[in-house]
Design a protein around this ligand. Structure first.
Ligand code: AMP
Length: 238
């Protein structure tokens, strides 16, 4: 029998309420990490921590970190581990992370994974991390990345091919003109995929070998993929 959201909340054997704890969403650019993280936020009421979003906020605010990161992001390569780790450490100190959190786009390198593992190991009572890797094939990723548009006001994610807004170019809810990320072009996507294969694929193997790990098919409706993640987390939290 497959696990459900209710199992995760209650804890299937004990009837006690089980917290989701720290969840890592892994997957190539365009695999749907951000979209799924937002679904899990709605279900579990724990925050999404997207290192890409945090970095883009620094860029938008023109901080020193943002100025340094802007060009790196535009090229599709990775921001140095020390910078990202420090940013995540700051975010994890916020009280809203106490019941758990969804890390979206972190860790992306083995040193980031080791840093996170030792940080969590140092917090005796924290639940062990669950890593979920979303699998989507290359052509589908390319379509998702080049078709992706975001609402700059509410951050809703659309896709001109598979999930278009009712009025072309405008958010259904806010009415704001949708924007395309500067790194969502075919050229930068190729570079991001190179970074993923060289630096992030080993992170997936790290958690597959050593952690509570599940691979979920990232091709399907948003609801069906979310149900797959919830079932996997329910199984792995037992
Ligand atoms: P994302 O929004 O997750 O696709 O991230 C956009 C870009 O931000 C990436 O291509 C990287 O340049 C940078 N970035 C995001 N997360 C990380 C991370 N964990 N480590 C290094 N760079 C990152």
């Amino acid at each position: 029998m497959s696990s459900t959201m209710a199992d995760v909340e209650r804890g299937p054997e004990t009837g006690r309420k089980t917290l989701p704890g720290p969840i890592l969403l892994l997957g190539a650019p365009g695999a749907g990490k951000g979209t799924q993280a937002k679904e899990l936020v709605k279900l579990w009421g724990i925050p999404q921590i997207s290192t890409g979003d945090l970095l883009r906020a620094h860029v938008a605010q023109g901080t020193a970190l943002g100025k340094a990161a802007k060009d790196v992001i535009a090229r599709g390569i990775l921001v140095p581990d020390s910078v990202v780790n420090e940013m995540v450490a700051g975010r994890l100190k916020e009280p809203d992370t106490a019941r758990g959190y969804i890390l979206d786009g972190f860790p992306r390198t083995l040193p980031q994974a080791t840093w996170l593992d030792s940080r969590l190991a140092g917090q005796g009572e924290a639940l062990p991390v669950i890593a979920v890797s979303l699998h989507v094939d290359y052509n589908q990723l390319l379509r998702r990345i080049t078709g992706r548009r975001n609402c700059p006001v509410c951050q809703r994610i659309y896709n001109v091919y598979s999930n278009p807004p009712r009025q072309e170019g405008f958010c259904d809810v806010e009415g704001a003109a949708l924007v395309q990320r500067a790194d969502d072009t075919e050229e930068v996507f190729a570079e991001r995929m190179r970074a993923y294969t060289a630096q992030t694929a080993p992170v997936v193997e790290h958690y597959r070998a050593h952690g509570r790990f599940a691979e979920v098919d990232g091709d399907g409706t948003i609801a069906a993929i979310a149900a797959g993640i919830v079932a996997a987390v329910g199984r792995l939290r037992k």
